[in-house]
Every structure is written in C-alpha cells, then in structure tokens.
Design a binder for this molecule. Sequence first.
Ligand code: DX5
Ligand code: ZN
Length: 220
Amino acid sequence: MKNLLAPSILSADFLRLGEELRMLEQAGADIVHCDVMDGHFVPNLTFGPPLIRQLKSAASLPLDVHLMISNPEAVLDQYLQAGADWLSFQYEAAVHHQRALNYIRKKGAKAGIVLNPGTSVDLIRDLLPDCDYVLLMSVNPGFGGQEYIPQVDSKIRRLAQMRKESGLQNLLIEVDGGLGLQNLERLWEMGVNIFVAGSAVFGTANPADTINSMLKIIKK
Ligand code: DX5
Ligand code: ZN
C-alpha cells in the first residue's frame, strides 16, 4: 500500500501560497491538504471553491479537500468543479452518506468520509466499500496546532482491523491533527496511509527538511 504525506496549507503563509506550493512540490510531498471551514460546523472560517480553483491552477500536486462544513451534500459539485482530486466530508454533517460518496466517485475524484474523535468507526462499517479513504480526526476540527488525542489510536487499530476483515485492501486510512515527527512511526505501524501535518511542517525553521524526514518514516 502506498503511503502519502499531505501537508496542510492551513498552517502555510497565506500571503505566499504560490511559493509554499512550490516548496511542497520540490520537497516531495504527495498531496496538498486543504481545510475548508464554514464558521458553523467548526468555529473557524477559512476558504471555499474560489481559492481551491486557484490552488488547482498553481499546483501540480493533487488537492486533498477536507470539508468541515454543515450540509456538505449541497456543495460537493462546487468543490469538484474547482478541482478537488480527493474530497472528504464529515460524517456528522451529512445525511445521505452513501449517495454523497458515490457521487464524488462518479465525478472522478477519490471519496472520503471524516470522523470526529468522538464518532465511532463502527458507524461506517457498511459505508467502507463506497470509500476510497477514511479520515480519522485526531483533534477536534477547527484549528491547527492542537495535540493528538491518544484515544484515537484504538480507532485507527479498529479501522485497520475492519479493513482487513472485509478484504478492502485498497481502502486508505488518513489521520489529521497533531501529527509530527514524534508520532509518525507509531501511526505508520498501526496501518495509517495518509499523514496530514500542518504546524509540524510549516511551523519549523526548514519545512522542506521536515518533509524529507517525514517521508523517510512513512515510505519505509
Ligand atoms: C484541523 C484540520 C487539520 C489541521 C491540522 O481542523 O483539519 O488539517 O490543519 O493541523 P496540525 O497538523 O497543526 O494539527
Ligand atoms: Zn484537515
């Protein structure tokens, strides 16, 4: 299974986004994690389809768009048209999960469902065949720079076990929040495939070096 590093531009310098994108590309990042927040589902507001469209035209890396918004089903199309290559929405914010996942796939993007730290992975057992990836939040969504919540370890293990039992070898597990050089190895051992890191990349003196060190751990 191919593991991917997904730096989150939430912690990038928004005044220099073009340069930050080029840095990510040159450093060898795999996909660019884009956190969409609506000030309603989460207590913070970031950006929407217009910025995704601009990022798409400036980036050669695929965009991994994480919707932390209420009623995501109403706006999936806007993000797909803007250029989301990977598109995930929060389980807690949607109603017709299976329909939404299939819609994303039908439009040619990879479909993911996101669980908050307090939402059990058992709830999505029957949705797994419709997912390309499951994103487990390891902080309460809304802000970068928070601490990894230790109870998420058992959710990752449980999801990895469910993946094995259901024979869904292609299902990818993504983890988001509080990741850094100190815990990547442990997450890798548990079966995580996509590693989101915001402050641990952009908050360091040399983000490209940090990316390099992270890649060494997750690509073993
Ligand atoms: C949190 C976002 C994350 C965030 C992670 O609500 O979904 O993607 O950027 O930031 P760090 O890596 O700093 O915890
Ligand atoms: Zn995110």
